[in-house]
Design a binder for this molecule. Sequence first.
Ligand code: FAD
Length: 272
Amino acid sequence: MIPAAFEYARAESVEDAIRLLGDDPEAKILAGGHSLLPLMKVRFAQPSLLVDIGRLSDLSYIREDGDRVAIGALTRHHDVEHSDILHELCPIVSYTAGTIGDPQVRHVGTIGGSVAHADAASDMPTVLLALDAEIVAQGPNGTRTIPAGAFFVGLFTSALEPDEVLTEIRIPRATAGWSYQKFHRRAQDWAMVGVAAVRMNGGAHVALTNVGDRPLRASAVERALVGGAAPASGAASAAEGTAPPSDTFGSAEYRKELSKVLVRRALEDTLG
Ligand code: FAD
């Protein structure tokens, strides 16, 4: 439970963080530390240097930006949960932030950390995937915008380069209909399975938590809905293309069945 030795540097700006990351290929950014520090304690992560961005307050904001809402990477889950702008323009994001962990986790953990960590069991990546959100990254060569669909590439792996800082998340307005169904055994647990559904572009976007190595779009369900299927029959294809884990909470088969039930509930909420 004791991390390997590491150096620590507090970044004075995003540019400073990028420089520090560029100087040491084994360096890692520290935001809220609620995912990274537990991994370091069991030595699954052994960064040589922690680049602390936790005090870069200009990375903490939620604001309207044209037809999008821009959320700074360091915005805490608590602030996302209680944002008036998000309640009005994209309530699935504020609702989902309120389902993450417990109050302590929500006061310290950041939306950028949750996205950069790319844990398939995390809630917010699934919602951002359903929304076709954009992730903004800044590196030594400037800034680029990555669609959520291309950002989550594998187990705890994102499209971020080691010397890039995730600076902003950009989400569309989505008020027509939405649902996030999180199934867990105890109130503050991670999702055994989660489902995000959003009414968008004349149809429904559906994405799944914890049924593969990354958040997954339920493409078969979306196709069935385009073909005119009702929620109950569309939901029957929810497990197509998934590869859920088996653990002490439930088997892969159980999670597949659960995903069908939760997709049906999410679609009934969203389209009803
Ligand atoms: P950190 O731990 O600081 O960083 C995580 C990773 O992202 C590190 O690799 C770090 O280098 C990288 N990183 C962080 N910020 C950036 C950035 N701006 N640019 C580039 N890389 C960056 N999450 C859920 O979704 N649902 C839950 O139910 C849930 N329950 C939890 C319960 C507990 C008890 C705990 C401890 C955590 C839980 N979490 C849950 C995780 C929580 O949401 C974390 O806060 C979040 O996953 C990581 O955010 P962080 O700011 O703490 O990131």
